[in-house]
Design a protein around this ligand. Structure first.
Ligand code: ZN
Length: 287
């Protein structure tokens, strides 16, 4: 239930923050006819189903995004409880899911990853790493490699792990971006993507952030290849030779046709719930 309510609030954020509108006032209204929405039509998911996805006043279609975000947020909250039980880690994970779902849909709809979400997200992620310590084995492993075991108490280690992960994630994509700029004199990723990676690092810790840095570009590249294949088919169905060059894939990234934040967000959710299993199965080194 809490998930549905937060999902409902998230919809307001997704609709308004990229357009620099207040999220508090006015209360929900139809973006088409501006009629304010009655409380019973504003009930998460049910309201949308009762109205059959249309505005009561003007009959314009209400985006499927509204019930989708509400359901997704609720499901993720349930998944957090199922995975982590009644712990502070569940709270930390729920906050993370809330922020990530918001950013995924904002990037998909507007191509923006607003700082109003990512910057506080980084701070909250670091604070929660201290208050709700999670798995910091990545940093513990690093420290042992360097023969250091100084930081032993878990809040400090957890905070250190999150800070390193945020720096590593942001640094990784910043370097990629800077290298690309040096070679091609063109901008690749945006700073929104870099801020989002820092936020993901702060919440997930080093071990899972390493996974995200691997999975997200793979997902985004597959998406780019798929879109290119589809648009090619639509453009010239008569041509039989289909060949997609690396340059075209790079072009799709650069022209922001690939919403990279969506894939960063999606892979960070995969890492949150399945990252430990993936590590255990494929990289037995760090435990
Ligand atoms: Zn309307």
């Amino acid at each position: 239930m809490a998930g549905l309510a937060f999902g409902s609030f998230l919809n307001v954020c997704i609709s308004r923050i990229p357009r620099d509108l207040s999220i508090v006032s006015p209360p929900s209204f139809c973006p088409h006819c501006r009629a304010s929405i009655r409380w019973r039509d504003n009930i998460p998911v049910l309201g949308w189903v009762m109205l059959r996805g249309r505005c009561r006043e003007c009959g314009v279609r209400i985006s499927l995004r509204y019930p989708a975000v509400e359901l997704l947020t609720a499901l993720l909250f349930v998944a957090c409880f199922a995975s982590f039980g009644f712990t502070w880690l569940t709270l930390r994970s729920c906050v993370f899911c809330f922020l990530v779902v918001g950013l995924i849909f904002m990037d998909a709809e507007t191509g923006l990853l607003p700082h109003e979400f990512t910057y506080p997200g980084i701070v909250i992620g670091l604070a929660l790493a201290w208050l709700a310590p999670g798995d910091a084995s990545g940093t513990a492993f690093l420290l042992s490699v360097f023969g250091l075991r100084g930081v032993s108490s878990s809040p400090e280690l957890s905070f250190l792990d999150s800070a390193i992960a945020a720096t590593f994630g942001a640094g990784f994509f910043y370097l990629t971006w800077a290298l690309y700029y040096l070679v091609r004199r063109r901008h690749g990723l945006g700073f929104g993507d870099i801020a989002l990676t820092a936020m993901v690092g702060a919440f997930l810790g080093l071990k899972l952030t390493v996974l995200v840095v691997f999975i997200a570009p793979i997902m985004a590249t597959l998406f780019a290849l798929a879109t290119l294949a589809v648009s090619r088919d639509a453009d010239n169905a008569h041509r039989t030779v289909h060949h997609t060059s690396n340059a075209q894939v790079a072009e799709a990234f650069l022209s922001r046709e690939v919403p990279f934040g969506v894939f960063l967000g999606a892979s960070s959710l995969i890492a949150l719930f399945f990252g430990q299993q993936i590590w255990d199965r494929y990289f037995g080194l760090v435990r």
